[in-house]
Each structure stands twice: as structure tokens, then as C-alpha cells.
Ligand binder design. Structure first.
Ligand SMILES: NC(=O)c1ccc[n+]([C@@H]2O[C@H](COP(=O)([O-])OP(=O)(O)OC[C@H]3O[C@@H](n4cnc5c(N)ncnc54)[C@H](OP(=O)(O)O)[C@@H]3O)[C@@H](O)[C@H]2O)c1
Length: 180
């Protein structure tokens, strides 16, 4: 458990009803196609309050497939957690090898509000006590298998439900804060 940090961390993610954020091969077309049919998901408003994006190597590699001209994070600091990605290869991101190094680095930068993205990153943030808020958009599809949003924890994580709204097209978005 990492006890001291000057920033808050939030998740904003879409999942299948059975809790997968991507197919096993990383495909998210089932999400994007349904998301386009929904109304405003609140993503832009959420991003307006974020100064730093932390993602796992797998999510970073997915973002790279969007194309060089389609970097979705503007001038925000982008941190990629990876034990094997070459540091310094992409000037748009900073690679951190583990959570301790990440927390030290973000703290030194004066980070205030983090967006944590990628299933394994979210799971490791939860285990380390680094998450404060979860906004989860549930998409009306069962995938049966894939990359899970959640996984094993050191113990129960108690949440407080803050809101739920119907986004249209069968998408339902709920926000929870993590009890301390
Ligand atoms: N549905 C959605 O809204 C949504 C959102 C984001 C992503 N996605 C999709 O989800 C998939 C990726 O999710 P994922 O769960 O497989 O992976 P991920 O969390 O994006 O990346 C996993 C990798 O990140 C590194 N990592 C994670 N935690 C770490 C830690 N504490 N310390 C050091 N390194 C750490 C490791 O990289 P190394 O192996 O290099 O050590 C690990 O293999 C992609 O297909 C992406 O498109 C979907």
C-alpha cells in the first residue's frame, strides 16, 4: 500500500456487461461502435480535469495503432508503466518501471489529477491504494472472454455509489468513489 501521494487518481473506462475491456487480441471495436451510437459520455469533461495520464504498455501500444497524427492526450504528461518498453524512444511519454518510481516521479512533477487507464494498471492501482474514483460505462454485450477490468485484490475494496446515468444506446454509466 502506497500511503503518501499528492495527487488523486480516476478511472474512466468502458466494459462489457461481463467485465471485459477488450477482446483477448486487444480488439475494442465492440465498444467504439456502440459508443458512437450513444450520447455524450462525459469523456471530454472528464479529461478537462486531468493533468496526467497513466497507462499500461498494452494500452499505449493500442493508442499507437490510432496513427501518428491521432495522439489523444494533447500536452498532458503521459506516463507508461512497463518493465520492458525502451525508455526515451517516444518523446511524448515517460516510462516508469513500477508504481514506486511512478509515484515518486509524478509527485516531483507536482501532479494533481491522474487518469489511470488499462486493466492491469487499474488493478495494480487498486491493490496499492492509489485509486480514488471509478467511472465505468457498461456496454450491452457479453464477450465471454477477453482482458478483464478487475482481478485479484489484497482484500475487499469498499465503494460509495455517486451516480448512474443512461447514455442511450443501452450504455449505462456509474461513478463510484473508493472509501478510505
Ligand atoms: N474498454 C476501454 O475503455 C479500454 C481502456 C483502456 C484500454 N483498453 C484496452 O485494454 C487493453 C490493454 O489492457 P491490459 O489490461 O491488457 O493492459 P495495460 O494495463 O494497458 O498494460 C499491461 C502492461 O502494462 C505494464 N504494467 C501494468 N501495471 C504495471 C506495474 N504496476 N508496474 C510495471 N508495469 C506495469 C506491463 O507492461 P510490461 O509487460 O511491458 O512490463 C503490463 O504487461 C488494450 O487492448 C486496450 O485497447 C480498453
Amino acid at each position: 500500500m502506497i500511503s503518501h501521494r499528492p495527487f488523486t487518481s480516476s478511472v474512466f473506462i468502458g466494459t462489457s456487461l461481463d467485465g471485459f475491456i477488450a477482446r483477448a487480441d486487444g480488439d475494442i471495436d465492440w465498444l467504439t461502435s456502440r459508443g458512437e451510437a450513444a450520447g455524450d459520455t462525459g469523456y471530454h469533461e472528464f479529461m478537462d480535469g486531468i493533468d496526467t495520464v497513466v497507462m499500461g504498455r498494452a494500452t499505449y501500444e493500442k493508442v499507437l495503432t490510432f496513427g501518428a497524427d491521432d495522439w489523444p492526450y494533447g500536452g498532458r504528461h503521459v506516463a507508461v508503466l512497463s518493465t520492458r518498453l525502451e525508455a526515451g524512444a517516444d518523446p511524448r511519454v515517460t516510462v516508469y518501471r513500477d508504481l514506486d518510481e511512478l509515484v515518486r516521479g509524478l509527485s516531483a512533477r507536482g501532479t494533481e489529477r491522474v487518469y489511470a487507464d488499462g486493466g492491469q494498471v487499474i488493478q495494480s492501482f487498486l491493490r496499492a491504494g492509489l485509486l480514488d474514483r471509478l467511472t465505468i460505462t457498461t456496454v450491452p454485450v457479453l464477450l465471454g472472454t477477453g482482458l478483464p477490468l478487475f482481478g485479484p485484490l489484497g482484500g475487499d475494496v469498499a465503494l460509495t455509489h455517486r451516480s448512474t446515468r443512461d447514455l442511450g444506446a443501452g450504455l449505462v454509466q456509474s461513478t463510484y468513489t473508493i472509501d478510505r
